[in-house]
Design a protein around this ligand. Structure first.
Ligand code: ATP
Length: 235
């Protein structure tokens, strides 16, 4: 579904990504783990066109997307839930979800999707008339994921969904990420600092260190890898 080839990405003169290559197959959950500042968010932003790469190629379903603007990339079916959520705080929960569907005009399917998401996150149904800004951090994360899903993405890019959330809420959100992957057949590219949880939910994983991919394996193999355990799993 997605192929990233030899990507170099810069902020001005600072090179954040060095020769990044990775691939995502349809239906998979892929995770990219790494320390603070390793380049995880930059990788997602390069894919979604927010910080375009200076070198390399990104192919989505066989077609190059690395020179396309972000709105075009969204319309192809790639949606990013950014770190820190970025919901619209003054719009209600329902209005935030409407915004997610603004590129669509299949009204009946939109209504069915909304129902599905309200069943997935009953708290959002309960709070649908409240401003997004009044929700708790976990609820805002649920809203941000749901808003992205309203666009009916083929590939969902999730940037640190566990950021700032209590362990119980984090676990709930990860269970739902797995459910969305299985029930909606949404392919998921998950960036996480909580490597333990991410590797438990993912099929495969990549380890990013200082802008370089240093390891790539099945998620269960990474969980059993002594170096990964020492560096990222606190063992
Ligand atoms: P975190 O887990 O802390 O979010 P990360 O792995 O997502 O980290 P990035 O945010 O992608 O890492 O940052 C990669 C590198 O690029 C870091 O050295 C960071 O300081 C730098 N960087 C990120 N954003 C900018 C920016 N807007 N301008 C300049 N440098 C930046």
């Amino acid at each position: 579904m997605l192929e990233v080839r030899n990507l170099d990405t810069y902020y001005g003169n600072i090179q954040a990504l060095h020769d990044i290559s990775l691939h995502v197959e349809e239906g998979e959950i892929i995770t990219l783990i790494g320390a603070n500042g390793a380049g995880k968010s930059t990788t997602l932003m390069s894919i979604s066109g927010i910080v375009p790469p200076r070198k390399g190629e990104i192919l989505f379903q066989g077609d190059p997307i690395h020179e396309l603007p972000p709105n075009h990339i969204v319309s192809l079916g790639i949606c990013q839930v950014p770190e820190g959520r970025h919901i619209f705080p003054d719009l209600t929960v329902a209005e935030n979800l409407d915004m997610g569907a603004f590129l669509r005009n299949d009204k009946k399917q939109i209504a069915r999707d909304l129902d599905y998401l309200y069943d997935l996150f009953p708290i959002l149904r309960k709070r649908r008339h409240q401003p997004g800004g009044n929700l708790s951090g976990g609820e805002q994360q649920m809203l941000a994921i749901s808003r992205a899903l309203m666009a009916h993405p083929k590939l969902l890019l999730l940037d640190e969904p566990s950021m700032g959330l209590a362990p119980l809420v984090t676990r709930q959100i990860f269970d739902i990420i797995k459910k969305i992957n299985q029930e909606q057949n949404t392919t998921i590219f998950l960036v996480e600092q909580n490597a333990n949880l991410a590797l438990k939910v993912a099929d495969r994983g990549y380890v990013l260190e200082n802008g370089h991919i240093t390891l790539h394996d099945r998620a269960d193999a990474l969980l059993a890898n002594k170096d990964v355990q020492k560096a990222y799993l606190g063992m």
